[in-house]
Design a protein around this ligand. Structure first.
Ligand code: ZN
Ligand code: ZN
Length: 398
């Protein structure tokens, strides 16, 4: 067994959905960080994540066979292939979700697949070793349009609205202050123009990111289907404001808090979430959101530190990037390596081999006491050829 395998984590994937997707396969093959197999079996190994216990458990139980394959001419197929027979999936599915078989929405999967001992702890920090890949496919929307990202001017905080190709809305963070309240709410409702809000996503438990969430949930003009939060929102020792917010969210919406990942398929738009928990600095628990539509990547980073961003897997191919710069342009949220990875990672889309358009939006308040945006960050963005965009009255559109 090679090292890759040792550090692997198993995910069930819908092989039809993924492996027939040319871009995804291209990505897998290019990255080489994956072992993968497509044909008769329904498993992919993503060796980047760590779950040694689990792998050794299945090896002991002889639930899969392993072969090293170094035979292909171009080297693209080299690697460790892991085979799990479809029948065996049934036997081990207590700990996994077979998306293809289950055909469940993520909420159902979440409830059904949790072992009983974890079900009780819905609002507690959940065992990090629990391997989980969530998937949610939204029903068809009424519109077909180019998606749009609106980044609001909300002072020293974040708030964005994404409207997908299907006309589904996703609100990411909600820094709505007294000063901006009236304007932001009016603009938000105007932009929504009747689009249903599929999710309110709060990237992390800092007030400059969730401040207006209560207000939005309370607003009877807005119907929010889901509230997506990381696990630290659900920790038992939470501030009153968070408690109040969760209570309202339970009542008027539905809380989703997957362990590590979530994929929302929304017609031609795909939203990949990666969740982070257990870091001392709450900024490093920010949920990262990659949204792909055709050749475009929208990358929303919360206040994540650059070390994690450098190691984050880019899920698909793109030739255009819109980056919501991390942590209000702080030097802790951007690094040369991270930007380099964004610009130089495999981006083959329609035979274009370069990232052609790079925009970076920095959300910050004028004269803030942190000195955001930091010069170091601006210099790095400039060096990589990003067009830097600052807040501008109500909002800017991408
Ligand atoms: Zn912040
Ligand atoms: Zn923060």
């Amino acid at each position: 067994m090679n090292n890759n395998m040792d550090n692997g984590e198993l995910y069930f994937v819908d092989s039809i959905k993924y492996f027939d997707n040319e871009m995804f396969v291209a990505r897998l093959l290019k990255q080489r960080e994956y072992s993968y197999l497509a044909d008769e079996l329904n498993i992919a190994i993503l060796p980047q994540q760590v779950n040694k216990n689990l792998i050794s458990y299945y090896i002991k139980k002889k639930k899969f066979s392993i072969r090293d394959d170094q035979g292909s001419d171009d080297g693209l197929y080299d690697g460790t292939f892991v085979r799990i027979k479809r029948n065996d999936i049934k036997n081990i599915s207590g700990k996994f979700i077979d998306l293809r078989k289950a055909n469940l929405t993520c909420e159902h999967a979440y409830e059904n697949e949790l072992p009983p001992e974890l079900k009780k702890q819905k609002y507690k920090k959940i065992n990090e070793d629990y391997p989980f890949s969530n998937f949610l496919s939204l029903s068809q929307g009424t519109r077909h349009q180019k998606p749009k990202l609106y980044c609001f001017d909300v002072g020293q905080g974040d708030m964005s609205l994404f409207i997908s190709s299907e006309g589904h809305a996703f609100i990411v963070d909600t820094h709505i202050t007294q000063k901006h309240k009236k304007n932001t709410l009016t603009e938000l409702k105007k932009l929504l123009d009747g689009c249903p809000i599929e999710a309110l996503i709060l990237t992390h438990r800092h007030y400059d990111h969730y401040r207006g969430a209560y207000l939005l949930l309370k607003d009877n003009d807005l119907k929010i289907s889901r509230v997506i939060v990381n696990q630290s929102f659900l920790e038992p020792s939470r501030p009153n404001q968070v408690d109040k917010l969760l209570q309202l969210a339970e009542k008027k919406s539905k809380i989703i808090s997957p362990f590590d990942s979530l994929l929302i398929e929304d017609g031609a738009t795909r939203l990949f979430f990666s969740f982070h928990n257990g870091n001392i600095d709450e900024n490093d628990n920010s949920t990262l959101l990659q949204i792909y539509y055709q050749n475009k990547l929208y990358y929303l980073t919360g206040d994540m530190g650059y070390e994690t961003l450098e190691n984050e897997r880019l899920e698909d191919l793109y030739t255009q990037i819109v980056l919501k710069v991390s942590h209000h342009g702080s030097k802790t949220g951007t690094s040369e390596n991270f930007l380099h990875e964004l610009v130089c990672s495999p981006c083959v889309y329609n035979n274009k081999r370069a990232v052609l358009s790079k925009s970076a939006f920095i959300s910050y308040g004028i004269n803030n006491r942190y000195g955001h945006p930091h010069n170091e960050c601006l210099e790095l963005l400039n060096k990589e050829g990003f067009k830097i965009i600052f807040p501008n009255k109500s909002y800017v559109t991408f």
